[in-house]
Design a protein around this ligand. Structure first.
Ligand SMILES: Nc1nc2c(ncn2[C@@H]2O[C@H](COP(=O)(O)OP(=O)(O)OP(=O)(O)O)[C@@H](O)[C@H]2O)c(=O)[nH]1
Ligand SMILES: [Mg+2]
Length: 218
């Protein structure tokens, strides 16, 4: 008789990931780096938000890890602004995980204390399942994606520490139901601040930067 055992592979993968994520977080904390996992659907405005926040967080040294399936378009744009940026290409994988970020952090030089933005792969599903050693999870949503997203993609909303509702400059042209959005969101997450943002007009960036500076202890 063969000894048949049932192994929960996903549980094992998550345990291993969380273990490495704890090491990444400890390492970054020791270096004086406050890490933000930037999550949101493709094209929602992750890179635009990171650029705008770096601009507002003057006096705090910024670092970026760019996660993309392919290409270094966003990384090149950030480097052109003088921001130390490390590119991760997953070549198919739909999320960053702790080992990938551990490797990236090991290859970066953190000369000064500061804030590290980690732009996750554009996706509202898988990234929410994997801690990557962040101190805070910043979820970016947009009025363009519809007001039902908290109901359909609950985990990202549940885990977020800060939620940015982007592209509000486009709201007059859309039928975004803010009350419905907030009802679904608050059923999942009572505490995270929700800040209306526009990378076009600059609305909301002062408030979001102040939240980051306070959480980073600056
Ligand atoms: N009108 C408007 N457009 C925006 C805003 N934020 C971003 N965009 C535009 O949306 C597009 C995508 O923005 P990105 O910042 O590249 O989005 P992203 O989430 O980083 O995209 P990926 O990395 O490809 O997933 C760009 O054309 C931006 O100019 C906004 O607040 N208002
Ligand atoms: Mg981007």
């Amino acid at each position: 008789m063969h000894d048949i055992r049932k192994i929960n592979v996903m549980e094992n993968i998550h345990d291993e990931n969380d273990h490495i994520a704890s090491h990444v977080r400890e390492d970054l904390t020791e270096k004086g780096i406050f890490a933000i996992n930037v999550m949101g659907a493709p094209g929602i405005g992750k890179t635009s938000a990171i650029k705008g926040l770096i601009e507002k967080l003057r006096g705090i040294t910024p670092y970026v890890i760019e996660g993309d399936i392919e290409s270094d378009i966003d990384a090149r744009a950030l480097r052109a602004l003088g921001v130390k940026t490390f590119q991760i290409n997953t070549f198919g994988a739909c999320h960053l995980d702790a080992p990938l970020v551990h490797n990236a952090v090991g290859n970066m030089e953190f000369d000064e204390k500061g804030v590290l933005f980690i732009e996750n792969i554009g996706n509202l599903v898988c990234p929410a399942e994997f801690s990557i050693g962040e101190h805070a999870l910043m979820l970016i949503c947009s009025v363009t994606e519809g007001s039902d997203k908290p109901y359909k993609y609950p985990l990202a909303f549940e885990k977020a520490d800060l939620i940015l509702l982007n592209k509000v400059d486009l709201a007059p042209h859309l039928d975004f139901d803010e009350a419905f959005f907030m009802k679904g969101l608050r059923a999942l997450n009572k505490d995270a601040p929700v800040i209306k943002l526009s990378a076009k007009t600059g609305e909301g960036f002062d408030e979001a930067a102040a939240w980051i500076a306070a959480r980073a202890g600056r």
